[in-house]
Design a binder for this molecule. Structure first.
Ligand code: GDP
Ligand code: ZN
Length: 451
């Protein structure tokens, strides 16, 4: 997977800007530097230089930074050329680099090299991408925590506890005659309990970090005219930072992302759910059902001003029984009702008005609750985690639970040791100690070029 060649890319975003940066990394950049700059610049100094093409003509001038390996981002020689940020000039400069022996970098290839050269572990590499992707301040702070190694340190601490325990057990296996006495003094169960507690704390922090990174998916579902679009507008209006907006037609679905307490919330407004023979609307309904399936939470809207018995609710049948939901009785202003919340958990009912905004705060709080969000001043003490990390932590925990069973009635040391080993491997995959090439390809292909 590692290729010894020289890679180059424009590291600044496309378009015009004050400066445009080209990054170059390779084992040896002497020849390239001679063509582009006339000579190798002084290491770790910012120097002014002319940038040349293959014929020695001046393309631009700007600052040059040179970091000889291994003390660089990638662990190889790295050059940064800070030229003027116009598309024409920066592309000419890139072309000149390609002519001087570099090839275009793949997405994430600089960070991949940093990982392969042991400058950072896999969590840190992923957090670089997460910092760039982050859509809220809190998510960015959380990703920086991971880049600083807070998450990796927790994983390494767990791995080291597991290794110690495995060594103790292996030693006991070699001297079976003292086994029982040894096991008492080694406090196998106590050690195991301690590791499980630590792992659970890490998992819970990682879940928060994952929520912060990915947010939750909410679907607004209800018959036409109950006030779905009005509720979405009300939520968006109250939130100053609209992150993204994906428009659709009135019969289509519309997705908006807002933040509640720092957590990204992706809300899909749907076509009204009702039986129909209209082809276009039928498509809208199919999309609605698909959106409900994907959602973490459904907001089921009712119009409280309609004097319909609630029991034969046509919407109900479309929402899977185990799907978390909040029932929203809208339009309380028409009834002169005050906002309120009834019931709890999956059976919560919130009475509000999408028109006046009364009761919206109750809804926002309830959404955070249902998402399992615990940090209101988000980003402190938690770290970025991806689905992959949560799965590995969960898997490690399952092995530890198995391991515990082998200490319950009588000690079955071989089996116990095996489960500990599997738990350790699951954790090590998080930091990238044991990681398949295809996983690496998957992780780095989502990076932007030049990172
Ligand atoms: P949707 O079809 O479910 O998206 O419903 P809309 O949001 O388009 O609303 C349908 C109608 O109900 C519009 O005329 C809204 O102004 C009105 N409406 C929505 N919410 C409220 C509310 O809380 N109070 C009152 N009085 N009218 C509302
Ligand atoms: Zn609507």
């Amino acid at each position: 997977m590692v290729s010894p060649d020289i890679i180059a890319a424009i590291a600044t975003p496309p378009g015009r800007g004050g400066i445009g940066v080209i990054r170059i990394s390779g084992k040896n950049l002497v020849n390239l530097a001679e063509v582009i700059l006339g000579k190798l610049p002084k290491p770790r100094y910012a120097s002014l230089s002319q940038f040349l093409d293959a014929k020695g003509q001046i393309i631009d001038q700007g600052l040059v930074l040179y970091f000889p390996g291994p003390h660089s981002y990638t662990g190889e020689d790295v050059l940064e050329l800070h030229g003027h940020g116009g598309p024409a000039v920066i592309n000419l400069l890139l072309k000149s680099c390609l002519g001087a022996g570099a090839r275009l970098a793949q997405p994430g290839e600089f960070t991949l090299r940093a990982y392969l050269n042991n400058k950072i572990d896999l969590i840190q590499a992923e957090s670089v991408a997460a910092i760039i992707e982050a859509s809220t301040h809190e998510a960015a702070r959380c990703a920086v925590n991971s880049l600083q190694g807070h998450f990796s340190a927790r994983i390494e601490a767990l791995v080291s506890l597991l290794i110690t325990m495995r060594m103790l057990i292996e030693a006991t296996l070699d001297f079976p005659e003292d086994e029982i006495d040894n096991l008492k003094t080694l406090q196998i169960r106590e050690r195991l309990d301690h590791i499980v507690t630590q792992l659970e704390q890490t998992l819970s922090a990682a879940r928060q970090g994952n929520l912060l990174q990915e947010g939750i998916q909410i679907v607004l579902a209800g018959a036409p005219n109950v006030g779905k679009s009005s509720l979405l507008n009300q939520l968006v209006e109250e939130d100053a930072a609209i992150v993204t907006e994906v428009p659709g037609t009135t019969r289509d679905t519309i997705q908006r992302t807002i933040t509640i307490g720092g957590m990204p919330v992706h809300i899909v407004d749907t076509a009204g759910l009702r039986e129909t023979s209209d082809i276009v609307e039928q498509k809208g309904i199919e999309r609605t059902l698909a959106a409900i399936k994907r959602a973490n939470l459904v907001l089921r809207l009712l119009d409280s001003s309609e004097h319909r018995p609630v029991a034969p609710d046509p919407i109900q049948q479309y929402i899977p029984a185990d799907k978390p939901r909040i029932t929203v009785c809208n339009k309380i202003d028409l009834m002169n009702e005050d906002p309120k919340m009834e019931g709890e958990g999956h059976n919560s009912i919130i009475h509000l008005s999408a028109k006046t905004g009364a009761g919206i705060e109750l809804l926002r709080q309830k959404i955070l609750d249902m998402a399992g969000w615990q940090f209101n001043h988000a980003g402190e003490g938690i770290f970025m985690a991806r689905q992959r990390h949560l799965e590995a932590l969960t898997q490690a925990k399952a092995h530890l639970v198995n391991a515990h069973e082998y200490t319950d009635t009588e000690y079955q040391l071989e089996l116990l040791a095996e489960e500990l080993k599997l738990a350790q491997y699951a954790l090590s995959a998080i930091t990238g100690q044991f990681t398949a090439d295809d996983l690496l390809g998957e992780i780095f292909s989502h990076f932007c070029i030049g990172k």
